[in-house]
Design a binder for this molecule. Structure first.
Ligand code: TRP
Length: 434
């Protein structure tokens, strides 16, 4: 990638953050990681993937867990084939411009808007239902969550944000913050949109409900092989005996298989269900199919997790690349809101004042056929009026000499000043007059 800043207008930018609180499971892989890695290889797309470790602090106060999760998630994305030459892959806390932008956005966000954010409202509703203070155990971090997320998104002028449905409100809030800021300070931000991938399956977990940490029903993507087999053998099925036909509809095992298999392989399992395959055999098929895709990645993953310094180097290189965009953009934003170098402001004001205070020379021909020139003040008052010249060359040359502050020329025009006190200050400005 040569000049990311220049290609911004031609390409669509995708950006998504992964909160660093857990260990990636098969649901994360199928629903987010695999499609993102595939999308990042398409042309005409610029992808930003980052580890949202500031967001992790909102829900987790265990430092070791944050650190471990950051390593595991980074290693997972790299093992899944993310090409860091093509994408921006970084850790949120390595980009100091993100918290800086968070503050600028905080100042254009209505408190009432944040009161209505789903995650905050859910905590308040829970407290109210339990008869507690509405804000009991609610940190300002949870309250500010949407603003930090908007800073993630707006910092890199992202167009599309691939997220789950639960995040749509956050993207809408980021849009609103971007428009408020643009309205106040000029067009600086791109208005982002949520990209909801309808075709990507949500995987069922061990108990048939959506695979999710909160249900404790997950299969870790890089569980050691034997542990993965045991977990798969524990997937909930119905009590149909071997030989009895089985229904793929509503079968968690079937859905999991489908998420990894080709159309032909899926059709074969459907047939096996109809033929009464034993659940144990079906589970073995599922295990082998998943292992076929996961095993090569698991090797890379384990190599990286056992060499954290290498992952650290990759993340720092990613941050350096991202900061080539964020640093100058933050400079632009600081200037837009008035956080400016005072020396530069004074110079700019002086230059501007001087420019508007400059008189102008006007050359013209009258109906008598003669040539004249005058010097006009910025307000329109005539400061100096020449007599008639027979050719246009004479006033032209005289003006040129006046601009050079030629003393003979200044003496020559002295009688033509309309104000008696032919101003030395105006003479000093002649060099710059137009
Ligand atoms: N809030 C997102 C989640 O919980 C994670 C996240 C943080 C994010 N910043 C983001 C997602 C910016 C998309 C864009 O899933």
């Amino acid at each position: 990638m040569s000049t990311p800043a220049l290609s911004a207008s031609a390409t669509t930018r995708f950006l998504t953050g992964i909160t660093t609180t857990g260990t990636p499971h098969l649901g994360n892989y199928v629903g987010a990681i695999r499609p993102a890695v595939a999308a990042s290889r398409q042309s005409g797309i610029e992808s930003f993937y980052f580890l949202a470790d500031y967001h992790a602090l909102i829900k987790c106060d265990e430092p070791a867990r944050i650190q471990r999760s950051t390593l595991e998630i980074a290693a997972t994305w790299l093992a899944a084939g993310l090409d860091t030459d093509r994408v921006f892959f970084y850790r949120q806390s390595d980009i100091p411009e993100i918290p800086e932008l968070t503050w600028l956005l905080t100042c254009v966000t209505g408190k009432g808007v944040l009161n209505r954010a789903h995650a905050y409202k859910a905590s308040v509703d829970k407290n109210t239902a339990a008869g507690n203070d509405p804000d009991a155990d609610v940190t300002a971090g949870l309250f500010m969550y949407p603003v930090l997320m908007a800073a993630d998104i707006l910092m890199f002028k992202s167009h599309k944000i691939p997220v789950g449905r639960d995040q749509i409100q956050h993207i809408e809030m980021a849009r609103d913050m971007a428009s408020s800021f643009n309205h106040l300070y000029g067009e600086h931000f791109v208005l982002p949109e949520a990209a909801i991938e309808e075709s990507v399956a949500t995987l069922p977990g061990l108990d048939g409900r959506k695979m999710s940490k909160s249900y404790d029903n997950t299969i870790p993507l890089f569980a050691p092989r034997e542990q993965m087999r045991k977990l798969i053998m524990g997937i909930l099925t119905d009590s149909r005996a071997p030989g009895e036909p089985k229904d793929p509809e509503g079968s968690a095992l079937f859905q999991l298989y489908q998420a990894f298999a080709s159309a032909d392989e899926t059709a074969a399992l459907r047939q096996a269900y109809a033929d009464g395959i034993a659940w144990g055999d079906a589970k073995q098929m599922l295990f082998e199919r998943i292992d076929r895709e996961v095993a090569p990645m698991r090797e890379k993953y384990e190599a990286m997790v056992s060499n954290p310094a290498q992952v650290e180097t990759i993340l720092l290189a990613g941050a350096a690349k991202a900061r080539e965009l964020s640093r100058p953009f933050m400079g632009e934003l600081r200037h837009a809101v008035g956080l400016r170098n005072l020396g530069a402001v004074a110079q700019a004001a002086a230059a501007k004042a001087a420019k508007t205070a400059l008189p102008t020379f006007k050359q013209y021909r009258e109906s008598d056929g003669k040539f004249y020139f005058k010097l006009v003040a910025p307000g329109g008052a005539v400061l100096l009026q020449s007599p008639a010249f027979d050719s246009p060359r004479e006033p032209g040359q005289l003006i040129a000499r006046l601009k050079r502050q030629d003393s003979a020329a200044i003496a020559e025009v002295t009688p033509w000043w309309l104000a008696a006190d032919a101003p030395a200050a105006v003479i000093a400005l002649l060099a710059e007059a137009e």
